[in-house]
Ligand binder design. Structure first.
Ligand SMILES: Nc1ncnc2c1ncn2[C@@H]1O[C@H](COP(=O)(O)OP(=O)(O)OP(=O)(O)O)[C@@H](O)[C@H]1O
Ligand SMILES: [Mg+2]
Length: 368
């Protein structure tokens, strides 16, 4: 049952009004009476059929994940203030954003410009990299879990992500995640992984630019079958974002774009360039990502390689032709030296007579 408006949670957070509703509960604008500030409170609804033990386990897991997320301070990771267990269910207290979810944005304004979608993707990927570095997986990246404010994109709903993958929960009939955004390997039963989160990001950005989900109106199984044929995924509106989406949405996680390369490509598209365009040259440091080979399967440029290019036809005289005889040409060993002039011979004699041998020029010392 939903809590009534005005409910005081944990003797501290007063629920004011719902700001959104999702598959697992209601998000409230609430007032933190201790710190006198507004916060968002996610009220999680658990099915009544859950037995005591499972219910307790779900609460404990949500608390654990809340704690884990609180370890990551990143502008694109929602800040979790508190996780409360009350009324036999978990409640997540977090920063209140003046935001629309990416799902709402697409519904209201239609598909996003590829450049804007790339910038949102770049920021959300930053969030994923930060949490992956702490060993946390999101497992539920999708448009409704990306909140877009005036100046940033924020990934939310980590607390619930912890529940996914639990066999007992699935058996209890709770549907977690959306079919269109779960990586193919997970649909086939593999464990969640950072690569799985990247696939979900690809599917999220696909929806953002195309204005419709990757799966369209097909069932998840039919869509998966379509993806495994290896046919290119149609993305007529993705423009410069297409190579990034194509590489993120690879069926095989081993050939999927990794997060470092994905963030470089997204940054280029967000900056108005092309995903595959090489970055300006910088002095390369050993181990620097700049020294990596190009990301793409296609050559990074389509110009002719030097070896393939026709020989230059300009009639430029070779430098040798312009030299005066003997100028700038290295002499080989054993080649006859030109005879010294009379002046040079006189100078040498004077030096030999007046100076000890160690002060003679090297040329004279060699000649003896
Ligand atoms: N911290 C927040 N600040 C402001 N609004 C939020 C916040 N968190 C969520 N919302 C709003 O609440 C809506 C519902 O979020 P919720 O996570 O409950 O649903 P969902 O993502 O659609 O589904 P699911 O239950 O699968 O997560 C979001 O779409 C968003 O508009
Ligand atoms: Mg959500």
């Amino acid at each position: 049952m939903r809590a009534p408006s005005g409910y005081l949670l944990a003797a501290r957070y007063r629920l004011m009004e719902p700001v959104g509703r999702g598959g697992m509960g209601t998000v409230w604008r609430a007032h933190d009476e201790l710190l006198d500030r507004d916060v968002a409170v996610k009220e999680v609804r658990l099915p009544a059929v859950l037995d005591e033990e499972l219910r307790a386990e779900l609460c404990a897991r949500t608390e654990r994940e809340g704690r884990a997320t609180a370890m990551v301070a990143h502008p694109s990771v929602i800040t979790v203030f508190d996780v409360v267990t009350e009324d036999d269910r978990p409640w997540i207290v977090m920063e209140l954003l003046r935001a629309k979810s990416l799902e709402q944005l697409i519904q209201e304004d239609g598909p996003l410009e590829p450049r804007r979608a790339a910038e949102i993707g770049r920021q959300i990927l930053g969030a994923l990299r930060a949490v992956h570095a702490k060993g946390i997986l999101h497992r539920d990246v999708k448009p409704s879990n990306v909140l877009v404010t005036e100046d940033r994109a924020v990934l939310t709903d980590f607390g619930l992500a912890a529940l996914e993958g639990d066999v007992s929960i699935t058996q209890a009939g709770i549907v977690l995640g959306s079919a269109g955004y779960i990586a193919p390997e997970r649909v086939l039963g593999a464990k969640a992984s950072p690569a799985g989160d990247l696939w979900s990001l690809g599917a999220t950005l696909y929806t953002a630019v195309e204005g419709r989900g990757l799966h369209g109106r097909r069932t998840a199984a039919a869509a998966l079958a379509a993806l495994t044929t290896g046919e290119p995924i149609p993305m007529p509106k993705a423009g410069p974002l297409a190579p990034v989406l194509d590489a993120l949405l690879r069926i095989d996680p081993a050939t999927r774009l990794d997060s470092v390369r994905a963030s470089l490509m997204l940054a280029r598209v967000a900056a108005g360039g092309s995903a595959e365009e090489p970055l300006p040259r910088r002095p390369s440091r050993p181990g620097s990502v700049m020294t990596q080979p190009p990301f793409t399967r296609r050559p990074a440029h389509r110009g002719l390689h030097r070896a393939d290019a026709p020989a230059p036809t300009l009639n430029v005289p070779s430098p040798r032709q312009e030299r005066k005889p003997g100028e700038g040409v290295h002499r080989k060993r054993g080649e006859a030296r030109p005879a010294p002039s009379a002046y040079a011979r006189l100078k040498a004699t004077v030096i030999k007579l007046c100076l000890p041998r160690r002060f003679w020029p090297r040329e004279l010392r060699k000649r003896g």
